[in-house]
Design a protein. Structure first.
Length: 507
């Protein structure tokens, strides 16, 4: 469906709703109904493929820790105590009241089973490689104490424990919910009767999969859905602001929207060209016009509020004159002064999502102000992402997953993470190489002292911000639209759905 037809559909739907009056809530009192844009394949954390699979797994399978705090520092969940025996050996003691949904206790054997099933050489879990790089083994020491053996001292250890524990018998979880039904159209969750924490206030949750953005919004406005999180275009939110039975809440996010620059490209390998591109983008204007102000300017991977965030880095605010000077210095001189001939031609690839295409076109128009002719090409996401991984692009734009650990600087900017035949899923898809960043990110993942780590990552952030291997654009707010009867829903920085535990319906 074209953007115009989408807009017409939304407007027509609102007109119908206005004609029939203020729709009452039409969802059951004992069920919270969410609407999301894509399906969920399963809840087992070991086989989570999509972001929404991971969100579902967090509701059903509790981890030893959980990274859902405002500062992204991990908190204890199934773990009662975590102790370093020596830098490469850690003991985790389980809380005595932790039980799976069938009432059986969570034991050290279950923890060892969960991690062992991914460490096994025959494992087909997507997490096998990551955990095999970190751990040599996980073994039960007693009924409630499990020992982790690390390949080397690892500062990310507490965050790595934010992974759902699966029971050895029956594959049960110890999270706040259990899966009653999972189909291609929805998933239904019931409260876990054995959950160790405060029981969710609403007995059931139904998550409906609705691909069409207009349909999702109309379901909420019409009363057949209770809540939508980050599944509505931000430029449409103000259209429902005055609906009497719709409330809007927002909170800062750890997700980063960014422009990818192929550092191996003949034009973009020059840091001055990358800096000029960053200077040409009027990010505050885009945030105001396209996001209604619901985003925070980004300086790097980490958002303000993260414990390792450094504010004292180069800031690339729009400066057309300076950008032009940098292009001149890089040899990309304006061939005809104020004439129409561009300095260079670039191709900007993006997904086919209508809103993201619109953003790309705005950025392309701003780059034209410094003499760069940018052609926007949109693709179905699988094709687009395959090109990005292969390095078959010049400019592109994407969003990260949840950035909880500053170690993501290693994953995204260390030269060993450049995708190749042996490592096709490497995170350094911009092909950035800097020996100092390699050294610092290696040190940061092994330094156990929090203050020293913060200082190391401050240096990393300053260096990466200077080199502009990517252009950090903004951290889009987490935005929740809900029926006014829904109360108490807590938004986490990483947009997990765990806030459902605290939500209830006004009757």
């Amino acid at each position: 469906m074209t953007p115009l037809r989408n807009a017409i559909t939304v407007i027509a739907g609102f007109a119908v709703l206005a004609a029939i009056g203020c729709a009452r809530r039409r969802t059951p009192d004992d069920t919270l109904v969410l609407v999301i844009e894509t399906s969920m394949a399963g809840a087992d954390p070991r086989y989570a493929v999509s972001n929404y699979d991971s969100k579902l797994s967090k509701l059903v399978y509790a981890g030893l820790t959980a990274v859902d705090t405002p500062s992204l520092e991990p908190r204890l969940e199934l773990a009662a105590k975590i102790t370093a025996v020596e830098p490469r050996t850690w003991d985790v003691e389980l809380r005595p009241d932790a039980k799976f949904s069938d009432g059986t206790p969570v034991t050290a054997g279950d923890v060892a089973y969960t991690y062992g099933s991914m460490l096994d050489a025959s494992s087909d879990s997507l997490f096998h490689k990551g955990f095999a790089e970190r751990f040599t083994g996980v073994e039960p020491i007693s009924e409630r104490v499990v020992r982790f053996h690390l390949k080397e001292p690892l500062a990310t250890f507490l965050t790595d424990l934010d992974f759902g524990i699966v029971s050895r018998v029956g594959g049960k979880g110890a999270g706040p919910y259990v899966v009653r039904e999972l189909s291609t159209s929805h998933v239904v969750l019931d409260v876990n009767p054995s959950y160790f924490g405060a029981k969710p206030k609403v007995p059931h949750v139904e998550i409906k999969f609705v691909r069409d953005a207009s349909a999702r919004l109309l379901m909420l406005v019409g009363g057949s859905a209770d809540l939508i999180q980050n599944s509505v275009r931000l430029d449409l939110i103000d259209d429902v602001r005055d609906r009497p039975r719709v409330q809007i809440a927002s909170a800062p996010s750890v997700l980063l929207t960014y422009m990818l620059l192929n550092n191996a490209d003949p034009l973009l390998r020059d840091v001055r060209v990358r800096q000029a591109i960053a200077l040409a983008i009027d990010r505050p204007a885009i945030i105001d016009a396209k996001f209604g102000g619901r985003a925070v300017l980004a300086t790097g991977l980490l958002p303000p509020g993260h414990w390792a965030y450094a504010a004292d880095v180069p800031h690339w605010n729009r400066d057309v004159a300076r950008a032009k000077r940098l292009l001149d210095e890089a040899g990309l001189r304006d061939p005809d002064g104020d004439g129409p001939a561009p300095r260079a031609h670039l191709v900007y690839k993006t997904s086919s999502d209508a809103f993201r295409v619109t953003i790309a076109r705005v950025i392309a128009a701003q780059l034209a102000d410094i003499g760069l002719d940018v052609e926007v090409r949109s693709f179905e996401f699988a094709t687009f992402f395959a090109d990005v991984k292969k390095g078959s692009y010049q400019l592109a734009s994407m969003q990260t997953g949840e950035i909880s650990e500053p170690d993501y600087y290693y994953m995204y900017f260390h030269s060993s993470r450049i995708p190749d035949a042996k490592n096709p899923d490497g995170g350094n898809r911009w092909r950035y190489v800097n020996a100092d960043v390699d050294r610092l990110t290696e040190a940061g993942r092994h330094e156990l002292d929090r203050d020293k780590r913060r200082a190391i990552y401050g240096e990393v952030q300053r260096q990466v911000a200077t080199d502009v291997p990517i252009v950090p654009l903004w951290h889009e707010d987490n935005v929740v639209l809900s029926n006014v009867d829904v109360q108490g829903y807590a938004i986490t920085p990483n947009a997990r759905l765990i806030g459902l535990r605290q939500a209830w319906k006004r009757l």
